[in-house]
Write a protein that binds this ligand. Structure first.
Ligand SMILES: NC(=O)c1ccc[n+]([C@@H]2O[C@H](COP(=O)([O-])OP(=O)(O)OC[C@H]3O[C@@H](n4cnc5c(N)ncnc54)[C@H](OP(=O)(O)O)[C@@H]3O)[C@@H](O)[C@H]2O)c1
Length: 348
């Protein structure tokens, strides 16, 4: 639920944010924040950093064309990041979290609040161990970013609410509100909520369905997108079965689907509909998705196509553990997980 906020007499100050992992998502979010006056430091790989220093950060995509130079500092290690930060946003892939945080030790004492923009639900625990419970703010986003080449990112996905922030224990806080306001000013519509853990689990349910389906079902041909897969009856059946198992786990935790990322999220409808109705529904959806490769390909699907290690452990690991805990059978989810783990064993 969104937290109503009564303004006090707090002074407006310039926020300073460091983004650890300036790839697709981190660069898009960091770029838009810098564009509205937030002081952003991106920590990324040397080629991306050099290109930004040379010519600024280019963002293309659904919000138009941007070239960001002001308020943006790019560095290739945490030790080069200067000063103190209000927020550190973690945006590396799950497999790189441990190393990135270890390399960012010099930022621990210089950062007031830490949050993860990653997919999955275990990252707040990693941050808690790294920075202490008081510093961790819950976050979730669906905003889409892809690193096209050094210095250039594409922003290919958003929804009417594209990010959520909130304290893990649900209490209102100025730091959650300030970050939400900054995202909204940056054109990234966001909400400050008292149920961020539910948002994270529902996002996981949604992303596990889309990622698991696309990465496993469509990986045989590099031209296929989500729409192509859902246009085939058996593909639609597989998607619906996967989503129903994942929703069953989410509901067994005591949650009810909310469609936080509507209209992309359709968990409410998929839950309500019979198996046959849901198949007809996703086959209809396939017509809208076809022909739009950006919206229709998940990053896990892209990872498989590029033979890069996926986030399988971070996306499916928590769901499988939770399903065991709450006693829900998830045979289709397990099959997807096993296939991805097999592929992952041969990816870099
Ligand atoms: N992209 C999206 O649309 C989107 C949307 C919502 C959530 N997410 C989540 O956000 C996270 C990031 O996704 P992404 O697609 O932005 O990944 P990405 O494009 O691979 O970006 C991560 C970047 O961090 C770099 N990196 C890794 N370790 C580093 C370190 N120690 N120091 C500095 N840079 C480091 C990576 O470099 P190398 O590639 O060289 O390792 C890469 O450039 C994932 O958990 C993803 O699930 C993504």
């Amino acid at each position: 639920m969104e937290i109503p906020w009564r303004a006090g007499n707090r002074e407006e100050k310039t926020l300073r944010i460091v983004i650890l992992g300036a790839g697709g998502l981190g660069s898009v979010v960091g770029g838009y924040l810098a564009n509205v006056g937030v002081e952003v430091t991106l920590i990324g790989r040397p080629a991306h950093v050099a290109a930004i220093r040379r010519g600024g950060l280019q963002i293309t995509g659904l919000r138009g064309e941007f070239l960001i130079r002001e308020n943006l500092t790019a560095v290739s290690s945490a030790d080069e990041a200067i000063g103190n930060f209000d927020y550190l946003a973690l945006a590396v892939k799950g497999k790189d979290t441990y190393t990135a945080l270890e390399q960012a030790a010099s930022l621990r004492a210089r950062t007031s609040t830490v949050l993860s923009l990653q997919n999955g639900v275990g990252h707040d625990d990693d941050l808690l161990r790294w920075a202490g419970a008081d510093k961790v703010l819950g976050a979730s986003t669906i905003e889409g970013g892809t690193l096209l080449e050094p210095g250039k990112v594409a922003n290919g996905m958003t929804t009417p609410t594209t990010a959520y922030f909130g304290e893990i224990d649900g209490r209102p806080s100025a730091r959650a509100k300030d970050l939400t306001d900054a995202f909204n000013r940056a054109g990234l519509p966001s909400k400050c909520v008292n149920n961020i853990v539910q948002v994270q689990w529902e996002k996981l349910t949604q992303i596990a369905t889309a990622s698991g389906f696309s990465a496993v079902t469509l990986c045989g041909l590099d031209t296929l997108t989500m729409g192509d897969g859902l246009a085939v009856r058996e593909g639609a059946e597989h998607f619906v079965q996967l989503s129903k198992e994942l929703i069953a786990v989410y509901k067994a935790m005591g949650y009810t689907p909310q469609n936080f990322y509507a209209p992309v999220s359709r968990l409410k409808e998929l839950d309500r509909m019979s198996f046959e109705e849901a198949i007809a529904n996703v086959m209809e959806l396939s017509r809208h998705l076809k022909g739009n490769a950006n919206r229709a390909r998940t990053s896990m699907h892209n990872d498989v196509l590029q033979h890069r290690k996926t986030e399988v452990d971070f996306i499916f690991g928590p769901v499988i553990a939770k399903a065991r805990e709450v006693g829900v059978q998830i045979p289709t989810v397990m099959a997807v997980y096993r296939i991805l783990k097999t592929l992952d064993a041969y990816f870099n």
